[in-house]
Design a protein around this ligand. Structure first.
Ligand code: DGJ
Length: 763
């Protein structure tokens, strides 16, 4: 049993394989939080302390007892109005403007299996490691405020995760308004914590940031209508100084792709409250009698060190979030037309690309932006989802057929949520776009957002796209979104005269999910890749609908090391869209060896984004080998354990006296430790440099591993070429001392090292 309800002790304990979460019902019916940490038996209620703290409100039921205050006690679902002045997770407004509520436990229920939430993505139990999945529902009520709240805790014991979501229901006769409702909140009684989050900008997403918490509140989030390039709905609260293998780490992610907030507050008593949910800014959800509202789902996980949390999230995403017809199957290695042609192509050019792709051993040709409507640049055409046969020189169906004839699959780009003012759709339905009447809208990339909170708008776009693709031999869709949402105004009849930005933006996200579900229903065998100008909507929610997402429009192999590093904390290799592009790189002008571009892209779904006609014969030979190698190592890279072997900011670097590493490295290891693959990319070079050591992880310490160099920069002078076989070493030596890395002159070289357990007596 993962969930234990001790009625006499009024205690509820959730056990996973290595963690324990405990809460209890206080003497007056409040739901208090007792513990979340390593697996432990016992009654943690004994750890709460009761003292009169002064200026701390006491519930009326406590009589003259000044030691019982919800401003001090740890809580499961802190709400405004019960005397807690810290960050609260729930704020309710009555019809007459009165705020606040005071929730008390009414019922506790334990059921087998996991719960789902209508219209929203949720973690599913699946088959792998699903044994023992259970759901706890704690029902709270404040009859005076006419409200009932159900807290849900799904437990996947083998994965060490707890799945939180909350539902509020109006049990009175009058309208109430929910102004804030988090998905999860965890109080830590004491500790010195850092919050780790992943921030960035367009072209530079998910850089790891560490912030030591001081008294007060630290908040990150998005108000852009999408999860955003700037912040990611995933963060970790960790013991100060925690590293890959040490220090308590609590990770939390939201299965939601819109506005969100993640906050950590260190209070006056040194307690820390970590909470996440839909952003409360401009949020106000009215509930008529009997109506309810449910938050998106949050995933909580605790581990020792970052690596343990990463391993769990990777398994969770691969086996319990992403929905694939053939789980784990090799994803198609693609050639995308964007950086090769941008808007400048016709059907014959696309067919020529397909021919080259097939010849190089790729599986899929993706025709990116520019195939529809009047779309020779980004100023017009969005919304007109009809192939431009004049530009293509043939119908879409024929193009698909001819691409298939070349021996590769066919993929197409769409951007369904957007419209250009210069489009037939906008001319016919200006009210479909977010524009505030009487105002000129804020433009971004010359486009406006469609009101996907309205079902008729979602249906209109879905109908058009589905009918356009109906007879086309299509295998893949890239679904893009190239601006943040603004000028939120809905013409939905029931809301037109009482605008509600938060509600509209929430419904917008649900509209996006509903749209993708329609695509899945219409084209069950088509693979859909998510994208938002690169990684502007790279989150756990989108991964439920699109198993892979384009990581970033930045294809520079060296810059990508940092983006992939940050993303790797939660998102597995199978979800990360990564391509080899041409040099000089289109975003940075940097020139990197082809081998390094491939080593970097191998930490993702792998593909190319260049014009093969411009490649030399030697480069083509290398690409053919790279593709074979990606296929050969697919199981290892996509289902093995992923470990970061270097940190972008970390240990002191003796070579130049900085804390910037000379190289970035990561490792994929088979679950049975029989083989592993390490990727090393050198970022800096020095004269007479100290030897660099690569410390491997997860190997069998007692086994001997044969080390084979899979790839290196063959453009280096003969003298620097390395033998393919390196001296064999035991797992213990590789992990404890580390392998001395051969010196490679110049910047941006890389090594791909395969370690294979030697059979007894060999090596
Ligand atoms: C942004 C995407 O991230 C690119 O890959 C490309 O598809 C362009 N949009 C096309 O407009």
């Amino acid at each position: 049993m993962a969930i234990l309800y001790d009625k006499s002790g009024q205690r509820i304990t959730l056990h996973t394989r290595t963690t324990t979460y405990q809460m209890g019902i206080g003497p007056y019916g409040h739901l208090l939080h007792y513990y979340y940490g390593k697996r432990a038996e016992g009654d943690f209620s004994a750890c709460l302390s009761y003292r009169d703290r002064g200026f701390a409100g006491n519930p009326y039921d406590a009589g003259n007892d000044r030691t019982y205050s919800l401003d001090i006690l740890p809580q499961e679902f802190p709400c405004y109005g019960n005397g807690d002045y810290r960050t609260t997770s729930f704020r309710l407004k009555q019809e007459n403007g009165v705020y606040g509520c005071d929730l008390r436990v009414k019922e506790v229920r334990v059921e087998a299996g996991l719960y789902t939430i209508p219209e929203l993505p949720t973690v599913y139990a699946g088959t792998k490691e699903a044994e023992g999945a259970e759901t706890l529902s704690v029902i709270l009520e404040d009859a005076a405020a006419n409200v009932e709240v159900t807290l849900r805790y799904g437990v996947l014991p083998e994965l060490d995760v707890i799945l939180r979501a909350n539902t509020v229901r109006n049990i009175g006769k009058h309208e109430i308004v929910v102004e804030k409702m988090d998905s999860a909140s965890v109080d830590m009684l004491h500790g010195d914590f850092e919050m780790i989050h992943f921030s960035g900008r367009y072209g530079t997403e998910r850089l790891m940031q560490r912030t030591r918490l001081g008294e007060g509140r630290f908040t990150v989030g998005s108000l852009r209508g999408e999860s955003s390039h700037q912040h990611n709905p995933f963060a970790m609260l960790c013991a100060a100084g925690a590293g890959e293998d040490h220090g308590l780490v609590m990770a939390a992610g939201l299965l939601y792709s819109g506005n969100f907030t993640i906050s950590a507050e260190l209070d006056q008593m040194g307690q820390t409250r970590f909470a996440l949910g839909v952003s409360d800014e401009m949020f106000a959800w009215p509930l008529a009698a009997g109506e309810s509202f449910t938050t998106p789902q949050a995933v909580l996980c605790i581990g020792e060190g970052f690596a343990s949390v990463t391993h769990r999230f990777h398994d969770l995403v691969n086996h319990h979030i992403v929905r694939e017809k053939q789980p784990g199957a090799l994803r198609p290695i693609l050639l995308n037309s964007w950086e090769g042609c941008y808007f400048d192509f016709d059907g014959e050019k696309i067919i020529a690309l397909a021919e080259e792709a097939a010849e190089l051993g790729m599986d899929l040709l993706v025709m990116d932006d520019g195939w529809f409507g009047k779309r020779d640049d980004d100023c017009s055409g969005l919304g007109d989802w009809k192939a431009n046969e004049k530009k293509l020189g043939m119908p879409l169906k024929e193009l698909g057929r001819r691409i298939h004839e070349k021996g590769v699959k066919f993929g197409i780009w769409i951007e369904p949520e957007m419209v250009n003012e210069d489009s037939d759709l906008y001319r016919a339905h200006p009210d479909y776009a977010f524009v505030i009447p009487g105002r000129k809208p804020i433009r971004s990339r010359y486009q406006l957002c469609l009101d996907f909170s309205r079902k008729e708008v979602v249906d209109c776009i879905a109908d058009r796209i589905i009918s356009e693709f109906r007879d086309v031999p299509l295998d893949y869709i890239k679904m893009d979104m190239n601006r943040s949402v603004h000028d939120v105004f809905t013409h939905a009849p029931e809301w037109a005269d009482r605008q509600n930005v938060g509600r509209t933006l929430y419904r917008y996200v649900l509209g996006v999910y509903a749209f993708i579900e329609r695509l899945h229903e219409a084209f069950p065998d088509v693979l859909i890749e998510g994208c938002s100008g690169g990684g502007g909507r790279f989150d756990l929610g989108m991964l439920y609908y699109t198993p892979q997402i384009w990581l970033s429009d930045n294809t520079d192999a060296i810059e990508r090391l940092q983006l992939q590093y940050g993303s790797s904390f939660v998102y597995p290799v199978s979800t990360i869209g990564a391509h080899v592009s041409a040099v000089p790189n289109h975003q940075t002008g940097r020139v990197t060896p082809l081998v390094t571009r491939a080593v970097t892209a191998m930490a993702g779904t792998f593909g190319y984004e260049l014009d093969p006609a411009r490649l030399s014969a030697e480069e083509k030979t290398m690409i053919r080998k790279q593709i074979q190698r990606v296929k050969q190592f697919w199981n290892l890279t996509h289902d093995g354990l992923y470990d970061r072997l270097s940190a972008p900011e970390g240990e002191w670097n003796p070579a130049d006296g900085t804390h910037d590493p000379d190289y970035m490295a990561w490792q994929y290891t088979a679950r049975d430790r029989s083989e592993a693959l390490a990727s090393v990319v050198f970022i800096k070079t020095h004269c007479n440099a100290p030897t660099l050591y690569l410390k491997w992880k997860e190997l069998d310490p007692d086994a001997t591993y044969r080390l084979h160099l899979e790839d290196q920069n063959r453009e280096l002078p003969e003298a620097w070429q390395l033998p393919e076989e390196l001296p064999a070493m035991t797992g213990a030596v590789l992990m404890e001392m580390g392998m001395p890395l051969p010196y490679q002159p110049g910047e941006y070289n890389s090594l791909l090292i395969y370690a294979e357990k030697a059979k007894d007596g060999q090596g």
